[in-house]
Design a protein around this ligand. Structure first.
Ligand SMILES: Nc1ncnc2c1ncn2[C@@H]1O[C@H](COP(=O)(O)OP(=O)(O)O)[C@@H](O)[C@H]1O
Ligand SMILES: [Mg+2]
Length: 350
């Protein structure tokens, strides 16, 4: 394995960390060995999920020394070995894991980020999430979905503002319904999975934030600028607004109950590259069925307006996380008002 210094900008050597904390790491390997990790599979851990693209999640079967509630409340994630997406040990993945745990560690004070208990190599121990937001969203009212969207936006305010100051210094880069759990009696979204998060860097000469390149251009989910150019890599120069676009996907699902381009992805996946190209060239956005466009539900209107803002073609036309949270909060107050006039009917999705 090559010995490298991290973080390092992928293309521009003039780009350096924005702040010293971005180069830190807090390994707590003893905690892992105390769980009896050498007899990992047969004794102390039970496989919980193989659905992640990088990591398998394991539930502890025996308590960690000194943490009596650890059995049901703490999980361990390790690089995929049990699932079909096996990953090998590479420098790049060690760095992913460092950033994942650093982000959670630095965001301990945020109520909207999963808590971390330990990190070693490519493994991480965190609190165990309840249900993923995708499941919870299906059974809550439109008003509750707006409240949830406000909290997700507030969570992103914490993520982007991790280092303080005016510049965003961290991009989650993988916001989706599976990477957000819901805690606190199903009311609080917990952002999880910072495995491909990006620590934004700055140009040492100008002090300006450096853009980054995307490598995961999934046409169904990703923004126009993340789609692949003929030269490879993302078409555009990326910044934290990719997370805002991703919130647009989330809002689409809150609005319609469906994933953007979900039908196509399921029945005609071969068509998806066309969607990616049309996103890049025409700013194509997923179509919203008429019933939701015409709905009189004031909360659905709020979700649609916020989604339109997030799906703006040019990243600079999308709101910041803070602007999005403010918009949603104000729009919710107005929607509450029209809801009262409307007879205070709570609409649950059938
Ligand atoms: N804190 C958690 N609590 C419960 N299950 C989790 C937790 N974190 C991850 N998982 C499960 O493990 C899967 C993979 O974890 P994730 O952090 O998303 O890693 P990846 O980088 O592989 O996508 C998730 O989709 C989920 O099913
Ligand atoms: Mg994930």
């Amino acid at each position: 394995m090559e010995r490298r210094h991290f973080p390092r900008h992928e293309t521009d050597p003039e780009c350096v960390p924005m702040s010293p904390w971005q180069a830190e790491s807090f390994p707590t390997c003893n905690g892992f060995h105390e769980t009896g990790i050498e007899s990992l599979v047969d004794n102390s851990l039970r496989l919980l999920s193989t659905s992640g693209s990088w990591r398998d999640a394991w539930r502890l079967k025996a308590p960690i020394a000194g943490q009596k509630d650890s059995v049901d409340n703490i999980i361990m994630k390790t690089i995929n070995q049990a699932s079909r997406n096996k990953h090998t040990f590479q420098d790049r993945y060690f760095e992913f894991s460092r950033v994942d745990s650093l982000a959670m560690e630095k965001l301990t004070s945020s109520p909207y980020v999963m808590n971390i208990y330990g990190h070693c190599g490519m493994s991480v121990m965190t609190e165990r999430g309840g249900e993923q937001l995708g499941h919870v969203a299906r059974r809550i009212s439109s008003r509750e979905r707006v409240k949830m969207a406000i909290k997700v936006a507030e969570g992103l305010v914490d993520v982007h503002g991790i280092g303080g100051g005016d510049n965003a210094s961290l991009v989650h880069n993988d916001i989706n319904l599976n990477n957000i759990f819901v805690g606190g009696n199903f009311r609080t979204p917990l952002l999880n999975d910072f495995n491909i998060a990006v620590l934004l860097m700055k140009d040492r000469r100008s002090g300006q934030a450096c853009a980054f390149t995307g490598h995961y251009p999934n046409p169904q989910w990703k923004s126009p600028e993340e789609q692949v150019s003929p030269q490879g890599g993302s078409k555009g120069q990326l910044n934290e607004k990719v997370d805002i676009y991703a919130v647009g996907n989330l809002l689409f699902t809150f609005l319609t109950g469906k994933a953007p381009w979900g039908h196509l992805a399921k029945h005609h996946p071969e068509e998806l590259p066309k969607i990616g190209r049309a996103k890049m060239t025409e700013g194509l956005v997923p179509p919203v069925p008429d019933e939701y466009l015409k709905s009189k539900d004031p909360y659905l209107r709020v979700l649609r307006q916020a989604m339109d803002m997030c799906f703006q073609f040019r990243p600079e036309d999308r709101p910041s996380a803070k602007e999005l949270a403010q918009f949603l909060e104000e729009a919710k107050v107005e929607a509450d008002q029209s809801d009262i006039e409307f007879g205070r009917k709570r609409r649950k999705r059938k």
